[in-house]
Design a binder for this molecule. Structure first.
Ligand SMILES: Nc1nc2c(ncn2[C@@H]2O[C@H](COP(=O)(O)OP(=O)(O)O)[C@@H](O)[C@H]2O)c(=O)[nH]1
Ligand SMILES: [Mg+2]
Length: 333
């Protein structure tokens, strides 16, 4: 698919904003083949920009709340203001057949044709950790290609919100009108992650219930501990369908950046995210290296069997495999 000798040229074209080069580079970081992983690491080291060259925005909400419609409207609004918008997705459920988010490009027809937008669906296989790693790397690649607004969409299920919140500067939670009844259904933990809450579908007959929901959500949020001392998460109204409130969301995002950037908080958040990512990479890399190690590979099935039979504790089993990996007697591991 790609030869190591192509990497410098691929990197050059990527930083010039060549979309095909960008798409190829993302395909490379999505690959799990060890030789591709090595090339991906090399490419990232070449091109990944340092500093806050973009605003990374996580967008979450339950299916049907209007994420795709919102991204279409918001993305178009941003490109209309001169931004370059990349849309990525974290959807580990897409591995289990069917409903890949962003598979429905039908709701993003204009944005997907916009020369200043780049839309990439979720990698369609792997664990949440694997999908997250590839998405993180894709974020670096789109930034290298000059995209200054990076939207990372996730479905409102499972752990994916936390994972996305851990890779963005700002987490935007979309909620539906419906107010109090709905409140129980929204996991408190997800509300706590939000830097901006948007009640979507605030149009037509839904405008009144949307305003009631706004008050309810604002009251609920005021009881939660804010993530930053410099920012109280607001609850905004919007209609992805009519475009009402969309400009206000961009302004609020700018205000958020203006509140957190001068104090160094945004940079500190990215630094902490980078360190957490380093730990994960190290852990994953060590496990992969151990699995490839001949003596570990040879001993693994017997250790598994012993743990299954209850003859060996998991901790003792792991210690034995680690000792084999390190080439030491088991006792010293
Ligand atoms: N009235 C109204 N309907 C909307 C709005 N945004 C999305 N919808 C509708 O809600 C449904 C789900 O939208 P979609 O963007 O696919 O939601 P997703 O599953 O979160 O991506 C579609 O029928 C949309 O037309 C809005 O602002 N107002
Ligand atoms: Mg959708």
């Amino acid at each position: 698919m790609i030869d190591p000798s192509d990497l410098p040229a691929l990197g050059d074209r990527l930083v010039q904003g060549d979309r095909r080069a960008l798409a190829r580079a993302i395909t490379l970081v999505e690959s799990t083949r060890p030789d591709h992983r090595a090339m991906a690491a090399d490419l990232l080291a070449r091109v990944a920009p340092a500093g806050l060259v973009s605003t990374r925005i996580g967008i979450s909400g339950t299916p049907g709340v209007g994420k795709s419609t919102f991204i279409e409207a918001f993305g178009r609004h941003l490109t209309g203001r001169g931004h370059k918008v990349a849309v990525l997705a974290v959807d580990p459920s897409s591995a289990r057949g069917g409903g890949s988010i962003l598979g429905d490009k039908t709701r993003m027809t204009e944005l997907s044709r916009d020369p200043n937008a780049f839309i990439r669906p979720s990698p369609s296989s792997g664990t949440l950790g694997g999908v997250a790693r590839r998405t993180r790397e894709a974020v670096s690649l789109v930034e290298a290609a000059g995209f200054d607004m990076v939207l990372v969409e996730t479905v409102g299920v499972g752990q994916s919100e936390t994972t996305v919140a851990d890779m963005v500067d700002l987490f935007l939670l979309l909620l539906a009108p419906g107010g109090g009844d709905d409140l129980q259904g929204i996991k408190r933990g997800i509300m706590e992650l939000a830097d901006i809450v948007v009640v979507n579908k605030a149009d037509g007959d839904l405008l009144r219930p949307a305003k009631l929901a706004q008050a309810d959500y604002q009251a609920a949020l005021s009881l939660m501990r804010p993530r930053s001392p410099a920012w109280r998460p607001p609850v905004l109204l919007a209609s992805a369908m009519t475009g009402d409130g969309i400009a206000g969301i961009r302004e609020t995002i700018a205000a958020y950046r203006a509140a957190l950037e001068p104090t160094g908080e945004l940079a500190a958040r990215r630094a902490a995210q980078g360190l957490a990512w380093l730990d994960r990479e190290l852990a994953d890399g060590l496990v992969e290296a151990a699995r490839r190690h001949p003596e570990v590979a040879a001993g693994w099935p017997a250790v598994q069997q012993a743990v299954r039979d209850g003859r060996l504790t998991p901790a003792a089993g792991a210690a034995r495999l680690i000792a084999a990996f390190l080439g030491r007697p088991a006792e010293s591991a």
